[in-house]
Write a protein of this length. Structure first.
Length: 396
């Protein structure tokens, strides 16, 4: 106990000395997110400083082993670190598919050599990863994927197409599901890692109605991938793919806790801004009821998530139960944004323009973005199927 108190004290002092002032303010837009990688540019130099300082302690990924650049913290120490970060309202130093998805899968399934090669650059934010799972004919039925990797002796030759590859045009490397045996379905899939700068890789951004292009169509034409970049055994990639999806779903469920852009404005203070207050409370009784319900659901969700995470086997996530949390967390997140829009009224209708504040535009954009939460990482319908089969053991 004394040791933990000392850890809290040291952590507090270190954070006070090392977290730059602008990194203690809420993010104004998604553009403030730090993704790292070879192509990263930092409009605010303090964002890079904060990333480098946290990475030097392994605190971009506090619980990964020190041997791979992580912080090596125990669960209790990490809880203290997170509460100290919340205390000073620190921004996350690094957002990363490498941290949320690939890293945990590599820790479980990769060779020692692969862990040494790929994990430390993830911790330091040097390499940005993207996810090559979905294809035009394989979304919910992911195991129907057709992108092919042929054995050419010392390397694989990859041909095919992925779609909805988030940030493929900004990423440095891809973790990719490929077909290595076309006579089988699930047992013919392998898990490959390769550089997006390899000859034959082309990422074409998909333009949305908003003008943004958060994802791409990604084409592979005779891409040579060294055999040492196969993770796990040949044709056994489906097991790794599923585990990685569970980590992805755990990450997406966390959105239900309300950490997205725009959420820094608490529901109450937002409601007071638009509806006024009476006796210190939001003036509208009907709105108060909606806010209380949302907060109670959020609290219950957070506690259930915490309990289940603590019960889960260390480092292996929640297994199929991730689908319960993915389903509910994304619904909760969407409801929270719906409520914010309701509170903002016509001020929640702006996309750009002088009649709207940055916060209003930020919330409106996040509200629209939240609609994708119940599709990405597997749709809500697919989560309900997983819960029926793997959690409740209902017949097919
Ligand atoms: C914002 C966003 C980011 C994404 N990023 C990535 C990425 O980085 N990498 C990547 O590989 N993919 C990514 N995706 C793709 C995502 O994984 C797929 O969109 C998702 O798996 C659904 O596949 P689909 O779009 O082909 O829909 P389909 O599989 O065609 O589904 C269409 C509809 O049918 C329903 N349906 C399908 N099968 C069943 C069934 N068995 N039972 C009941 N209902 C069913 C679905 O729920 C859905 O409503 C992203 C998607 C979004 C929205």
């Amino acid at each position: 106990m004394e040791q933990l108190e000392k850890f809290r004290q040291d952590t507090r002092e270190w954070l006070e000395a090392n977290c730059p002032p602008t990194m203690r303010t809420p993010m104004a837009s998604e553009d403030d997110t730090v993704w790292g990688g070879r192509k990263a540019t930092y409009k605010n130099p303090e964002a890079k400083l904060w990333l480098d300082r946290m990475a030097s302690r392994g605190w971009t990924v506090p619980t990964w082993p020190k041997a791979y650049g992580g912080g090596g913290l125990t669960k209790d120490e990490n809880q203290i670190l997170q509460s100290e970060l919340r205390r000073i309202k620190a921004r996350s130093p690094l957002s990363s598919f490498g941290i949320w998805m690939l890293g945990p899968a590599l820790l479980e399934y990769a060779s020692e050599e692969q862990k040494q090669k790929f994990l430390p650059p993830i911790v330091r934010g040097e390499i940005r990863w993207c996810q090559g799972y979905s294809e035009p004919g394989a979304g919910s039925d992911l195991a129907g994927l057709q992108t092919k990797a042929e054995d050419k002796g010392d390397h694989y030759l990859v041909n095919g197409q992925k779609i909805w590859t988030s940030y493929a045009d900004k990423a440095d490397w891809i973790f990719c599901l490929v077909r290595t045996d076309s006579t089988k379905k699930h047992d013919g899939i392998s898990f490959l890692l390769f550089d997006m700068d390899s000859p034959g890789v082309e990422a074409r951004p998909i333009s949305m109605i908003s003008g943004a292009s958060p994802f791409c169509e990604t084409f592979f034409t005779d891409v040579k991938v060294p055999k040492s970049h196969l993770v796990g055994e040949l044709n056994k990639g489906w097991t790794i793919a599923k585990r990685l999806l569970q980590h992805e779903r755990d990450m997406i469920s966390g959105m239900g806790l309300g950490s997205g852009v725009g959420s820094s404005a608490s529901l109450e203070s937002l409601a007071k801004d638009y509806f006024g207050e009476s006796n210190g409370k939001v003036a509208s009784a009907a709105l108060r009821e909606h806010i209380v319900q949302q907060k109670m659901d959020g609290k219950a969700f957070a506690l259930t998530l915490q309990r289940t995470t603590e019960e889960a086997k260390a480092g292996q996530g929640m297994g199929a139960a991730s689908s319960i949390f993915k389903y509910y967390g994304t619904e909760l997140n969407k409801r929270r944004y719906e409520l914010m829009l309701e509170i903002m009224g016509t001020q929640g209708l702006g996309w750009t323009g002088e009649g709207f504040t940055d916060q209003e535009i930020g919330v409106t954009r996040s509200w629209l973005r939240s609609k994708g939460n119940s599709i990405e990482g597997g749709t809500s319908e697919v989560q309900l199927n997983v819960v029926a089969k793997r959690v409740l053991n209902l017949p097919d």
